[in-house]
Write a protein that binds this ligand. Structure first.
Ligand code: NAD
Ligand code: IPM
Ligand code: MN
Length: 350
């Protein structure tokens, strides 16, 4: 029996509803594979911010840096400005723990109707640069109260940062269908993107068996909707990857199904696993949130922790419920609750 120490941060809104679904599935699949989980739960959230004026304690990162992984629900509540809640919790974890790869797989499951015609064969992974790019800390808001008031934020792309995310994308594509699409915007306006293109193209030379196409982000968004099945691995900057991951999830039926893994490939700090979606204040507390994204996220965590068979079993159980039963949450056109969908996955695992 192997035991993994997991830092559990349910967070806000539906984060509180979908993380229990993920941990129930982990318990069940773990029991079959000789894996157990020891959770330390942290109440870091906007509710904590309301009481203590901080999303997490000052030594928060130290408290979780020796865990095997972080499992997070979602962060954000209308009562706290998003830039406060996110820079106070989510972003510091991604950066301090050097989780520079954000993996966001998406596919159309049998039994799920995509809003897009012909999307049935879509099966792709967005590889999002996760610590630099447009989400930089260089800049700020200046001149509050003056007519000249402005906000400035410099995009920061480093050679090392682009090389390592491109490297990850090419290696991943080599284990999949051998095709990388690079999201760019190099047509003259954005200075950083010709640099991104150059570094990605240089990296491609080391992977002769993988093909590379660059697409401008605007046209790429259209192609992802019009012909989603053609994509294998899409590598993008922090902001482009963020937008592409909600878009591809929606093409696959709902943003409630998409998982994500914030990976520290060197493993000198824990990686963090969280669904792509946010805290969804509009449906929070109703018990109708789709737990699929969180459950699939748990599978990504199992894979990262060295349990690919257990991970595959969870993915099979999700696929089985969708293919063989009408059980699905309202975002996918069903009437099931979060708990009912989770129970169906647990039944399928048995
Ligand atoms: P959101 O993802 O929370 O919601 C967008 C829409 O999708 C909503 O209509 C919501 O009901 C629906 N939705 C999302 N997840 C769903 C699920 N599992 N099942 C069914 N429907 C689902 O995005 P938003 O509204 O832009 O953001 C809300 C808050 O979440 C903000 O505070 C934002 O900053 C935060 N946020 C946090 C994260 C994170 O913690 N990683 C990610 C995105 C947004
Ligand atoms: C995500 C979210 C975050 C991001 C926000 C909430 C900061 O949208 O994880 O996709 O943009 O990284
Ligand atoms: Mn996002």
């Amino acid at each position: 029996m192997v035991t993994h120490r997991i830092a559990l941060i349910p967070g806000d809104g539906i984060g509180q509803e979908v993380t229990p679904a993920a941990s129930r599935v982990l318990e069940a699949v773990g029991a079959r594979h000789g894996i157990s989980f020891s959770y330390d739960e942290f109440d870091w959230s906007c509710a904590r911010y309301a009481e203590q004026d901080a999303m997490m304690p000052a030594d928060g990162l130290d408290r979780i840096r020796h865990h095997d992984a972080v499992l997070l629900g979602a962060v954000g509540d209308p009562s706290v400005p998003d830039h406060v809640s996110l820079w106070g919790l989510l972003i510091p974890i991604r950066r301090s723990f050097r989780q520079y790869v954000n993996l966001r797989p998406v596919k159309v499951f049998d039994g799920v109707e995509s809003p897009v015609r012909g999307a049935g064969a879509m099966d792709l992974v967005v590889v999002r640069e996760n610590v630099e790019g447009e989400y930089s800390e260089v800049g700020g808001r200046f001149g509050r109260g003056f007519a000249e008031e402005m906000a400035v934020q410099e995009s920061v792309f480093t050679r090392a940062g682009v090389e390592r995310i491109a490297d990850y994308a090419f290696r991943l594509a080599g284990r999949r269908r051998g095709h990388v699409t690079s999201a760019t915007k190099s047509n003259g306006i954005v200075h950083t993107m010709p640099f991104w293109d150059e570094v990605v193209a240089e990296k491609a030379l080391s992977f002769p068996d993988v093909t590379l196409h660059s697409e401008h982000i605007d046209a790429l968004c259209a192609k992802v909707v019009l012909d989603p099945a053609r994509f294998d691995v899409i590598v993008g900057s922090n902001l482009f990857g963020d937008i592409l991951s909600d878009l591809t999830a929606a093409v696959a039926g709902s943003i409630g199904i998409a998982p994500s893994a914030n990976i520290n490939p060197e493993r000198d700090f824990p990686s963090m696993f969280e669904p792509v979606h946010g805290s969804a204040p509009d449906i929070a507390g109703k018990g109708v949130a789709n737990p699929l994204g969180a459950i699939w996220t748990a599978a990504l965590m199992l894979d990262h922790l060295g349990h690919p068979d257990a991970a595959a079993e969870v993915e099979r159980a999700i696929a089985d419920v969708l293919a063989t039963t009408p059980i699905r949450t309202p975002d996918l056109g069903g009437t099931a609750s979060t708990g009912e969908f989770t129970s169906a996955v647990l039944d399928s695992l048995r």
